[in-house]
Design a binder for this molecule. Structure first.
Ligand SMILES: NC(=O)c1ccc[n+]([C@@H]2O[C@H](COP(=O)([O-])OP(=O)(O)OC[C@H]3O[C@@H](n4cnc5c(N)ncnc54)[C@H](OP(=O)(O)O)[C@@H]3O)[C@@H](O)[C@H]2O)c1
Length: 285
């Protein structure tokens, strides 16, 4: 049998990818720590449990890799997985990487380099997800509960991308024979947090204000939302780079790979307008 093992197959990008591949008749295996009992294609998979790797990989010739979330060093778990994939004859690996390099996280860069250097290895460097503006992401949760965005990024801009467009690009790459090893995936335009707040307000009628904080305050907020301390600090530090304009990049890769322009933030907001309806107050932090 051949097919695609989709790690993170229950997440935002992975689940959209599973749907696209199934729609094209491609056999998929949906990896999850808690595989759905009613899905015959679901398989137990845990980055923390290497013993789950061989059964998930066996018979699959392609893999979509969503590295462990909120990890500063994915290499110790993903490295052995890639070795096992190679041993079992996987011919294509598409890695969901990030356009933004977290400070003090050389493992993520090393992982991307390893994937690019193996035959059939492709790295997607995804910009910030539009879905971060939705709950349960801390950013989206604060908008929903408080009508507020806290940011240390000032007016710095980012090429926000819809996770579904990342899935569409991955789907094309997992079904084609594209030779490019690296793709920067962004939406159609770069927007600041104040730009995004203004679009949400205009399209939903829900006023969203922007509160400018420094990176330390931002890290404390992320920790209070449950992120590991090191990851929270790194994520907050990234906002300094955004403020300085270092992440203001827009590419044509989504359209180049899929033949369709990426969704705009305004379209994304229109589709999700109900999700920003006001609810009760947020716990103090
Ligand atoms: N958010 C952004 O702005 C952004 C930007 C660039 C790159 N990224 C990258 O995108 C990835 C997240 O993608 P996403 O947002 O589509 O995912 P997501 O919606 O956050 O879902 C996380 C997925 O990872 C799986 N998972 C979590 N812990 C796991 C473990 N220990 N073993 C195996 N699977 C595990 C979950 O599956 P189960 O719970 O079913 O096991 C779920 O399918 C991260 O690697 C992040 O670095 C994010």
């Amino acid at each position: 049998m051949t097919g695609v093992l989709v790690t993170g197959g229950t997440g935002k990008t992975g689940s959209a990818l599973v749907q696209l591949l199934r729609g094209n008749g491609v056999p998929v295996r949906v990896a999850s720590r808690a595989p759905a009992a009613d899905d015959p294609d679901a398989v137990r998979f845990d980055w923390e449990a290497p013993a789950t790797f061989p059964a998930a990989l066996r018979g699959m010739d392609r893999v979509f890799v969503v590295p462990p979330v909120q990890s500063l060093d994915p290499l110790p778990s993903v490295g052995p997985f890639l070795t096992e994939a190679q041993r079992l004859g996987v011919r294509r690996v598409v890695l969901l990487g990030s356009a933004i390099v977290l400070p003090n996280a050389p493992g993520a860069l090393e992982l991307s380099a390893q994937v690019r250097s193996r035959p059939g290895g492709i790295v997607l460097r995804a910009s910030g997800f539009m879905q971060n503006f939705l709950s349960p992401h801390p950013l989206g949760e604060r908008i929903r509960r408080c009508g507020e965005i806290r940011t240390a990024a000032g007016d710095g801009r980012l090429g926000w991308v819809d996770a579904r467009d990342i899935a569409a690009a991955a789907s094309a790459l997992l079904q084609g024979c594209d030779a490019e090893r690296d793709h920067l995936l962004t939406g159609p335009e770069a927007l600041s947090y104040p730009d995004a707040a203004a679009i949400i307000t205009a399209r939903t009628g829900r006023p969203v204000r922007v509160v400018h904080v420094d990176a330390d305050e931002q890290a404390a907020g992320y920790r209070a939302a449950g992120m590991p301390a090191g990851f929270a600090a790194a994520l907050a530090a990234v906002e300094d780079g955004i403020r300085a304009g270092r992440e203001e990049q827009v590419s044509t890769a989504v359209e180049d790979l899929t033949g369709r322009p990426p969704r705009s933030f305004a379209e994304f907001v229109r589709e999700h307008a109900d999700e920003w309806a006001a609810v009760g107050p947020m716990p103090a932090n």
